[in-house]
Design a protein around this ligand. Structure first.
Ligand SMILES: [Zn+2]
Length: 281
């Protein structure tokens, strides 16, 4: 599932590629992807509009049009935005049968929304807070305002929560999912089931630093495509941070710090990867 680094990578790709392009036509193959407004209204309001800019909020991509409307895209589990779309793309294991939405611009290039699992969602709204849950999103960990002090304030809102579930809840810090929550906890030597109030000052400081470091490095390497996962950037290329993962999907591999085997435990239905020696409960 795309997390902050993957969505940020797609945002940067779109900023370089589709800004100032004018939408000539849209083909919608699967209507349920469009959550708001009706399909007819969606098409009428998008046709002939120009792309003014692209932004990100949490795991949502926001595309500003030269009207009052914004196109908001959530990639769900396997959503991809590919540009430009041409025949070479199928060589990159992207199956055209999952092209659910195709935007054609006036220069005849195309942006395709491809989604194997179909959990992706697209909205057209004049106010982004009209999109379910955007209004409830927490702080952006890559913004400069996300200081250690702000991190402590946010942690204090949920002192009795287990740290990994807290990191993955979008209403506190937005953008972290299972991959990056596992990575930051391992790199901070904190067990995912630790209660927030049990963390000492040094652990909180480490965790804050690791959240920033891991996300910045992951964005630099254009996100993570782990094993056979679907994620691709706008060029259809895999994310290279998968090669830098130290704990996620590393079951049985030696811990880089102590040599013990990485273990996997199920926490709230998700796999948590830990070093049992470096991350003690
Ligand atoms: Zn270890």
């Amino acid at each position: 599932m795309p997390e902050l680094p993957e969505v940020e990578t797609i945002k940067i790709g779109l900023q370089k590629k589709i800004k100032d392009k004018q939408i000539k036509d849209i083909i919608v193959n699967i209507c349920k992807i469009i959550k708001k407004p009706s399909l007819e209204e969606f098409i009428t309001k998008i046709k002939d509009k120009k792309i003014k800019g692209i932004d990100r909020r949490g795991k949502y991509i926001i595309i500003y049009l030269d009207s009052e409307d914004k196109l908001v895209v959530h990639l769900g589990m396997t959503g991809l935005l590919i540009y430009p779309y041409d025949n070479k793309i199928t060589e990159k294991e992207i199956n055209p049968k999952h092209n659910h939405l195709i935007f054609t611009f006036t220069d005849n290039t195309q942006l395709v929304f491809n989604d194997v699992r179909r959990f992706g969602k697209i909205f057209l709204v004049s106010n982004i807070d009209d999109v379910e849950s955007i209004a409830k999103l927490g702080v952006e960990p890559l913004e400069s305002y996300f200081t250690e002090e702000i991190f402590i304030q946010v942690l204090n809102k949920k002192k009795n929560c287990k740290i990994k579930s807290f990191l993955m809840k979008q209403e506190f810090i937005t953008g972290l999912g299972n991959i990056y929550a596992n990575e930051v906890l391992y790199r901070s030597n904190i067990h995912p089931l630790r209660i927030i109030s049990s963390l000492n000052k040094k652990e909180v400081r480490n965790l804050h630093q690791q959240i920033k470091l891991v996300l910045v490095e992951a964005v630099k390497l254009r996100g993570s495509t782990v094993a056979d996962e679907a994620y691709r950037d706008t060029d259809g290329e895999k994310g290279k941070f998968a090669e830098k993962l130290q704990v996620y999907a590393q079951k049985g591999e030696p811990c880089l710090k102590c040599g013990r085997s990485i273990e996997v435990v199920r926490i709230e239905g998700r796999s948590s990867f830990i070093c049992p020696k470096c991350q003690k409960l």
